[in-house]
Design a protein around this ligand. Structure first.
Ligand code: MN
Length: 131
């Protein structure tokens, strides 16, 4: 069965690019345009990994990660934040919010798949939040 990736992203270009890269490599990708939609999708599907943009409408990525971890539906599922290179503090905040790792934006199509697959094998501590 294809591994499912949930990608929460409001930027059409990134959504298109990442979906293309992952589908080409045999993943199933479900896209969500904001945090609320993403949280709903996470509980419907059983994603192998969640890619999470930080700058999102409605609620930011930190809030989304926190809510996902609190709800406990995605315990054991890696959440990878997409953080902008310029914003150094983003990474720490993302990890504090319950993300397991991060990938820097802008996305590099040549290395993105390898970066993501590395995170796919990084399990968060069982049952929970990395506080
Ligand atoms: Mn964004």
């Amino acid at each position: 069965m294809k591994k499912k990736i949930l990608y929460i992203e409001d930027n059409e270009q990134n959504l298109y690019l990442v979906t293309y890269i992952l589908q080409k490599s045999g993943y199933e990708v479900v896209g969500a345009r904001d945090g609320q939609e993403g949280i709903a999708a996470a509980s419907r599907m059983r994603p192998a990994l969640i890619l999470l943009d930080i700058q999102l409408p409605v609620m930011d990525g930190y809030t989304v990660a926190r809510k996902l971890r609190e709800a406990g539906q995605v315990a054991g599922v890696p959440i990878v934040a997409l953080t902008s290179y310029a914003m150094a503090g983003d990474r720490e905040k993302a990890l504090e919010a319950g993300c397991t790792g991060y990938i820097e934006k802008p996305i590099n199509p040549e290395t993105f798949l390898a970066q993501m697959e590395q995170h796919l094998n990084e399990r968060p501590s069982p049952g929970g939040t990395a506080t």
